[in-house]
Ligand binder design. Structure first.
Ligand code: HEM
Length: 384
C-alpha cells in the first residue's frame, strides 16, 4: 500500500489547514467585494434592475459573511494545532510565534472587522459620525488583510492564487478610482490625498510581494520557526512500521557501496530505499530514518529526522541529510515532500524529494531533484 511519506491521512490537522487556506482566500475575495459594494452604494450608482438599497443590503450581508469566514479561518488555524497560534494571537496583533508580523496584520484586520460590525450594530446609540469614522477603517482593513494574506499564505506563489490577488486589487482600486472621480462632495484635496495614498499602498504592496513572499526562502524570513518548518506527522508511521535501525542525527548509516560523486546540478532522478521509525523513547523522542539510493548513478541519500512527539505527531528538532559525501539538513517537510540543503567541497546544493512510503514493507520510493545555490523551499505546505 503506497502512502505519503509523512502521513496525515486520517489526521484532521491537514484538512483543517487546507480549510484555513481556503477560508483565508475566500474571505479576501468577499472582503474585496464588500469594499467594492460599499463604494458602489456610497457613489449612489443605481440602475432599474439594481436599486441602491440592493447595493447596501448586499454590502451588509457580505460583510457579515466575511466576518463569519474569518471566524472559521481563525478557528481552523487554532484548532489545527500545526502552528502554535492561539485565539489571543488572532485578536492581539504581533504576538503570534508563527510569522508574527504577517499573522499580526491578520489580527489587525480582524479587529477592524469586529469594530466595524460592533459599531454598525450600535449605530443608533453611538451616532452617525462616530459610526462613519469607524466604518472608514474598513478601507484600511482591506490592504492590511491583503498584505497579511501575501505574507502569511502558503499559496502566494501559486499562479491561480496570484490571479485572485490581482483580481481583488483591480476591483478595489478600480472602484476607489471611480469613486474619487465621480464623488462630487469630495474636495480636490481629498481626491488627491486619497489617490496618492492608494498609489502608495499599491506600489508598496507590489514591492513587498516581489521582494518578499514571491522570493524563495520567504518562510524563514517571515518568521516561521525551524520546528514548524520541519514538523512531521509520523503518527501512523510510528505504529505501523516496526522499529529498526534507530535513526539518529548523529549515526547516519549509508547504504553499502555508496559512490562518492554527486551528479552535477540541476538533476532529477528516481530513488528508492528503506524507511524506519523508532518507538518513542523515555523522553518521547521519535527518530525516523530514510535510507535511499538514486536510480541514476546509484548515489546514497540518507535522511535522519528526530524530535519529540507533539499532538500525536513529531515536531522535528534535528535532522541530518547525507548525500554522497555532502552533509546538510532538512529545510522543509510537508506531506510527501522534503527539502534539504547539503554542502561539501563543491558548494551547496538544494534537494527536493517527493516520496511515497509503503508502510507494510517499510520501503520508500519517489524522486529527487537537485539545484545548485540558494534556491530553497519554504514553510508548511508552501508553494513558496
Ligand atoms: C480580515 C481578516 C483576514 C483575512 C481577510 C485573511 C485572509 C487570509 C489569506 C488571503 C490568506 C492566504 C491563504 C493562502 O495563501 O492560501 C491567509 C492566510 C493565513 N491566515 Fe488569515 N486572514 C485574516 C485574518 C487572520 C487572523 C486573525 C489570523 C490569526 C489566527 C489568520 C491566520 C492566518 C494563517 C495562519 C494563514 C496561513 C495559512 C497558510 O499557510 O496558507 N488570519 N489569511
Amino acid at each position: 500500500m503506497n502512502a505519503p511519506l509523512i502521513a496525515t491521512v486520517g489526521h484532521g490537522a491537514t484538512s483543517l489547514w487546507y480549510l484555513t487556506r481556503a477560508t483565508g482566500l475566500v474571505a479576501l475575495i468577499v472582503l474585496s467585494s464588500t469594499v467594492v459594494l460599499g463604494i458602489v452604494s456610497s457613489v449612489g450608482w443605481t440602475t432599474e434592475r439594481w436599486p441602491r438599497f440592493l447595493s447596501q443590503a448586499v454590502h451588509r450581508n457580505l460583510s457579515l459573511f466575511c466576518l463569519a469566514l474569518v471566524f472559521i479561518h481563525v478557528a481552523t488555524t487554532v484548532a489545527d494545532g500545526y502552528v502554535p497560534i492561539g485565539f489571543a494571537d488572532a485578536v492581539i496583533p504581533f504576538r503570534s510565534p508563527y510569522r508574527p508580523i504577517w499573522v499580526g496584520l491578520g489580527a489587525c484586520a480582524f479587529d477592524v472587522l469586529l469594530a466595524v460590525a460592533v459599531t454598525s450594530g450600535l449605530r443608533r446609540h453611538i451616532g452617525f459620525r462616530t459610526w462613519r469614522w469607524v466604518h472608514w477603517l474598513a478601507y484600511l482593513c482591506w490592504p492590511v488583510a491583503l498584505i497579511h494574506g501575501l505574507g502569511t499564505g502558503s499559496d502566494t506563489r501559486l499562479p491561480g492564487v496570484q490571479f485572485v490577488y490581482l483580481l481583488c486589487v483591480v476591483a478595489v482600486i478600480g472602484a476607489l478610482g471611480w469613486r474619487l472621480v465621480t464623488a462630487r462632495a469630495l474636495t480636490s484635496g481629498w481626491r488627491i490625498g486619497a489617490a496618492v495614498g492608494a498609489t502608495f499602498v499599491l506600489l508598496g504592496t507590489a514591492v513587498f510581494a516581489f521582494t518578499g513572499p514571491l522570493q524563495a526562502g520567504w518562510s524563514r524570513r517571515s518568521g516561521t520557526s525551524s520546528a514548524v518548518l520541519a514538523k512531521i506527522d509520523a503518527t501512523a508511521s510510528a505504529s505501523a512500521v516496526p522499529s529498526s535501525g534507530q535513526a539518529s542525527s548523529s549515526s547516519t548509516t549509508l547504504p553499502a557501496g555508496a559512490p562518492a560523486a554527486s551528479p552535477s546540478t540541476p538533476f532529477s532522478s528516481a530513488l528508492d530505499g528503506t524507511y524506519s521509525v523508532s518507538s518513542p523513547d523515555g523522553a518521547g523522542q521519535v527518530q525516523v530514518q530514510l535510507s535511499m539510493r538514486l536510480a541514476t548513478g546509484g548515489l546514497a541519500l540518507v535522511v535522519d529526522l528526530a524530535g519529540p512527539a507533539v499532538n500525536g505527531g513529531v515536531a522535528m528538532t534535528s535532522s541530518q541529510v547525507t548525500f554522497g559525501t555532502r552533509h546538510g539538513q532538512v529545510t522543509f517537510l510537508d506531506g510527501s515532500t522534503i527539502d534539504a540543503t547539503v554542502s561539501g567541497s563543491g558548494g551547496s546544493e538544494n534537494l527536493t524529494m517527493r516520496l511515497e512510503l509503503d508502510r507494510a514493507a517499510g520501503t520508500v520510493s519517489g524522486t529527487v531533484s537537485g539545484a545548485a545555490g540558494s534556491q530553497s523551499s519554504d514553510g508548511k505546505g508552501d508553494s513558496q
